[in-house]
Design a protein around this ligand. Structure first.
Ligand SMILES: [Fe+2]
Length: 197
């Protein structure tokens, strides 16, 4: 199969207690895997199956008759990106280039924390909160369902999955608590710096 579920670099319980092993096993092993499996089925024997995942996302963005492929490709991409946006014993104050850019573009880390959590909280229904780089500046975004800034010209740097499957087993309806804990304890600033280049 051309599209594969990426192997996670840590154990199921590595993100606990912010994200439990139970949530991780369902989220990664069932939800993420289902997007990859469905994408393989939907693209089997087509030219899309020959392309890198990100190209499938870009090529199917906004194409009505390719919506099921877009949804599964974008969710496969977003989830791989989400796992890389997290790391055990991480989060809190950023360091390096991203820290300086947050000060310059987003009013400092304390303001970033509030604004990023607010993007996660106010995304109505399922979706994603994003830290992106566009035209040399950082900004915070949110997208519904499978939509992703990777479809356009922005460079995504970090994301938080705010679909209920990402937090409901651990936090029930308390999405704000989930987002705050991810920001404080899991955001992978090292990866964000790497993505800035
Ligand atoms: Fe998810």
């Amino acid at each position: 199969m051309p599209f594969v579920l990426p192997v996670l670099p840590w154990a199921d319980d590595a993100l606990a207690p912010v994200i439990s092993a139970n949530t991780l096993s369902f989220h990664y092993g069932k939800h993420h895997k289902a997007y990859v499996d469905t994408l393989n089925k939907l693209t089997a024997g087509t030219e899309l199956a020959e392309l890198p995942l990100i190209d499938v996302v870009k090529k199917t963005t906004g194409v009505p008759d390719k919506l099921p492929i877009f949804n599964n490709a974008a969710q496969a991409w977003n989830h791989a990106f989400y796992w890389e946006s997290l790391a055990p014993k991480s989060g809190g104050m950023p360091t390096g280039k991203i820290a300086a850019m947050i000060d310059k573009d987003l009013g400092g880390y304390e303001k970033f924390k509030i604004d990023f959590a607010n993007a996660a909280l106010t995304q109505f229904g399922s979706g994603w909160a994003w830290l992106v780089l566009e035209d040399g500046k950082l900004s915070i975004r949110k997208t519904p369902n499978a939509e992703t800034p990777a479809s356009g010209s922005a460079t995504p740097l970090l994301t938080i999955d705010v679909w209920e499957h990402a937090y409901y087993l651990d936090y029930q309806n308390r999405r704000a608590d989930y987002a705050a804990a991810v920001i404080d304890l899991l955001l992978n600033w090292e990866k964000a710096n790497e993505r800035l280049g």
